[in-house]
Write a protein that binds this ligand. Structure first.
Ligand SMILES: [Zn+2]
Length: 335
């Protein structure tokens, strides 16, 4: 899938293909939620397709395209960080390990099944272990003919410079708001078969997602969760009991709830320090946030902020989540 905000990168790569100057390694860099993986797969499909369309994209109907859509094309390989086998942890650390890279490089060194490109897509390449990165380095230095390795990362500084310097960099940046707005409107209506979110909701989701349209769309689909968190955070000022929400919050993804709560703290801080017109993330709840800002004790607010950060840093520790939300909501209500 080539998204509307990726047109210039798509043109760039197609110019390289037609000039026969496509490098053997590309590094797609940009925030999460900008569709880098979609771009990488479109490029791989286009190179493996037997009769690409005029715009350079795969035809979708040839025998190669059929294998690609079934996920069984022998010349396309995909790696992403995974947990170690036999781990007992509920939330294990994910990484790309040396054995994964060795297997991949071995396969890339074999002859293509269709005498064309052999392509590898490595998602979240920054999660490679040092040994894995060193192992990949050899293949990057001496790639076989018609080999293309596409690395993806949102945190490029974590990737060794030796790897980065051997790839051609392709940057993906946040599209302008107008383009994101129209794309999200179009796609949220299509998916739900009903009126999509309004402009204000979309703008808020985009702020939460640091401007990444795919991440914003996902958030809008999670809007129900945000609504629930907002209800919990405003229960006390609405004369309700916030503790009634702790069991419901315990069913959501802990990290996301904590991050959303953090945005509430930062909004209250801005309203306190910059006045009622301050730019805030949770704009739909401005009136209630202002009520909080008017009465809040700044020292308690900082303590609550620390409490949230502590839990974010230690969010992989398993604990009774209902109790966690009860504690946090009590602190919040007593700000
Ligand atoms: Zn095709």
């Amino acid at each position: 899938m080539i998204y509307p905000w990726q047109q210039s990168q798509w043109q760039q790569v197609n110019q390289l293909i037609s000039a026969d100057r496509l490098p053997h390694a590309l590094f797609l860099q940009g925030n999460q939620g900008l569709g880098k993986a979609g771009f990488a797969f479109s490029l791989a499909n286009a190179l493996l397709c037997k009769q690409p369309a005029a715009d350079g994209q795969a035809c979708g109907t040839c025998s190669a395209c059929n294998l690609l859509s079934a996920g069984t094309h022998p010349d396309l390989h995909y790696l992403k960080p995974v947990a170690k086998a036999k781990t007992t942890s509920k939330k294990p650390a994910l990484s790309i390990r040396i054995e994964n890279i060795r297997d991949l490089c071995e396969t890339l060194n074999q002859t293509s099944q269709f005498s064309g490109y052999r392509i590898a897509i490595i998602e979240q390449a920054d999660q490679m272990t040092i040994a894995a990165a060193n192992s990949l380095l050899k293949t990057l230095e001496e790639p076989g003919r018609s080999v293309l390795i596409i690395l993806l990362s949102a945190r490029s500084q974590r990737l060794p410079a030796t790897i980065r310097s051997r790839c051609q960099l392709m940057r993906f940046t946040v599209p302008d708001e107008k383009l994101s707005l129209s794309w999200i409107k179009e796609n949220s209506v299509m998916q739900e078969q009903q009126a999509g979110p309004d402009e204000k909701q979309i703008k808020e989701a985009l702020k939460h997602a640091f401007g990444s349209p795919l991440a914003a769309l996902e958030q809008l689909q999670d809007a129900e969760h945000h609504k629930l968190i907002a209800e919990a955070m405003t229960a006390a000022i609405s004369g309700k009991n916030s503790l009634e929400y702790s069991a419901k919050l315990a069913k959501l993804v802990k990290y996301q709830v904590l991050e959303t709560m953090l945005s509430w703290v930062s909004d209250v801080t801005k309203l306190v320090n910059c006045g009622p017109d301050a730019e805030i993330v949770n704009d739909s709840y401005r009136v209630k946030l202002q009520t909080l800002a008017n009465r809040v004790n700044q020292q308690r607010l900082f303590r609550f902020y620390d409490q949230l950060n502590f839990n974010i840093q230690h969010s992989s520790i398993a604990l009774n989540e209902q109790l966690l939300w009860e504690n946090l909501l009590i602190s919040w209500d007593n700000l």
